[in-house]
Design a protein around this ligand. Sequence first.
Ligand code: 5GP
Ligand code: ZN
Length: 142
Amino acid sequence: MDNCIFCKIIDQEIPSHKVYEDEKVYAFLDISQVTKGHTLVIPKKHVSDVFEYDEDLAAEVFTRIPKIARALEAAFPEMQGLNILNNNKEMAYQTVFHSHVHLLPRYSKEDDFSIHFGHHMEDYTADQLAEIAKQIEMQVKK
Ligand code: 5GP
Ligand code: ZN
């Protein structure tokens, strides 16, 4: 797609540090390197976000992730963990609108990555949770 920075990276119009490539997927170092080895995995087909994936494209991207994760672990034995993150839409911190999955190796609790899960279970009754689950379940296309 014109004017997409990640399509230009796939086409080698913009340089990147590639870590993996096949006919469907490209993986390269995120320029920000939040932690050492911070990698982005992207489909070669341009889709903006997860809402545009079909099942085949999802399989193509997500089946590659475990082997890239294991490669990070093998390359950096000091790695203690790995966060896998996929931001969708501006509200959820997406800034590049060619879908991508972040692989963020973790070496220390004092590194420069954080994620906060608030606990709000007291805000919902069991009936409300059942209703929320039903609303979603009814929309899942088989
Ligand atoms: P998002 O915020 O959309 O989830 O993540 C976009 C990521 O793309 C950011 O972490 C940012 O550092 C990375 N990024 C943006 N432009 C470039 C670039 O030109 N090259 C590389 N390697 N990464 C980029
Ligand atoms: Zn693109």
